[in-house]
Ligand binder design. Sequence first.
Ligand code: ACO
Length: 215
Amino acid sequence: MSDPKSVFLFGYSGHAYVIIESLLDAGFHIAGYFDLKETEFNPYNLPYLGFEKSVDVKSIVKDSLVFPAVGENNIRAKLIHFFEVLNLKQFVLIDPSANVSNTALISVSTYIGKKVSINAQSKIGKGSIINTNSVIEHECKIGDYVHIAPGSVLCGNVTVGNSSFIGANTVIKQNTSICSKVTIGAGSVVVKNINFEGVYFGNPVIRKEGNGSKE
Ligand SMILES: CC(=O)SCCNC(=O)CCNC(=O)[C@H](O)C(C)(C)COP(=O)(O)OP(=O)(O)OC[C@H]1O[C@@H](n2cnc3c(N)ncnc32)[C@H](O)[C@@H]1OP(=O)(O)O
């Protein structure tokens, strides 16, 4: 039987450092990391276990926990698909400093960062990141493989579709919906629904030229 607090990480760069410190603060220990290649900089002295596509991950990990430590949404989505195919043991990582409502529903491989607030009746899909100091107010619905960057505020009943990225310090007005595969620039304010994928920024947001949308 494996140590129930032992975690294998996938990815070891800047976002992984944040994940590692939340894991340590929450009483986990890290068994090692998988990545394309061994990193030159290894600030947490983690053993390198190989590239996940080139080694027998299942026989290394066995029934220990796994976690995706990659900030980029598409790569994280592929990792979670890989976890599902191998039937690896996923979990939700909530930094101990976060404040999460008992009525919030959060799916596996999602990270809730330092000082985040998740309020009543919110739902967050799998493989998402709710980064440092963000506020997810009541009844928000956040999809899979989403990244809400630090300091963002989603007012009540906001919806964010799968694989969208909400830049740091963005404010999204209550009852607003953002579809899948949208990128919102840092410091933006969203006051109307966004129904087409693409890049948007500003206050209020406008679509970045050259995105091929009619919006
Ligand atoms: C822990 C972490 O670090 S999590 C990551 C947090 N990071 C972020 O939140 C950053 C989010 N990314 C951004 O804001 C980016 O600027 C993007 C995605 C909106 C646009 O990036 P790019 O497509 O590379 O655009 P680019 O940098 O070429 O800028 C294009 C124009 O838009 C302007 N612009 C870019 N971003 C913004 C923004 N957030 N708000 C207002 N204007 C912006 C630029 O000044 C530039 O204007 P110009 O054409 O007059 O010179």
